[in-house]
Write a protein that binds this ligand. Sequence first.
Ligand code: SAM
Length: 244
Amino acid sequence: MSNDKRDKLYADRHDMIVDFVFDESVANVFPDMIRRSVPGYDAIITHLGLFARQYALPNTRLYDLGCSTGAATLALRRQIQVTGCEIIAVDNAEAMVQTCQQNISHDKSLTPVQVICADIQDVTIENASVVVLNFTLQFIAPEKRQALLQKIYQGMVAGGVLVLAEKLVFNDTQKQQFVEDMQMAYKKANGYSDLEISQKRTALENVLVPDTMSTHVQRLEAIGFTQIYPWFRCFNFAALCAIK
Ligand SMILES: C[S@@+](CC[C@H](N)C(=O)[O-])C[C@H]1O[C@@H](n2cnc3c(N)ncnc32)[C@H](O)[C@@H]1O
């Protein structure tokens, strides 16, 4: 973590804030950016490994959808206990895919990994025992989320697990204010200035559209997942698992 390049993308005042994109400048600082912005990120990554340990079945696939620089892929890969598995890591940002590929090449674990540059909405999901959407669904257009999750469900084996981590929004305005204040405090404690926080928030406004926890749960139920468990929560960030 200490070797990560420091995120200073919004440190200087921008004349115009454009919508956030996962380009090369973001890929270069991404591990630092996500750790200093998302409370609980490292804990979630560690626990993704546990899901691989518990749910990966022999001769199946594990998918990391929206893999960025590969932190979740590596967590899965290092914990798989069965043979014949393959990990498919997908991201539609070329710079992320390249960095992910490099990070995987330095890892000595045995499970083969295919890193694919594609829109996760276009990728075929098949024979999946573990599917990870770690802070990715929130970047898919809200009206397309159901179809994506439906496709994932259809490509999963019985007993397989979908692990979904997301930023949440709350209907209760007081609760919403509380979690926003706490995330702001988290970012400030991690060295971000008021200017950085405010410019980044504007850049993400139309790009990251969070759902409520009940929207997530109801959608997963409607799709047919038999067991849905929220297993992590820190302010406005949460992770659920859904078992087929
Ligand atoms: C917040 S990052 C995910 C973090 C990553 N999963 C991790 O655990 O470190 C969101 C990623 O999703 C990717 N993404 C967003 N929309 C996508 C899409 N439609 N298809 C593929 N990747 C997408 C972005 O390029 C970005 O790398």
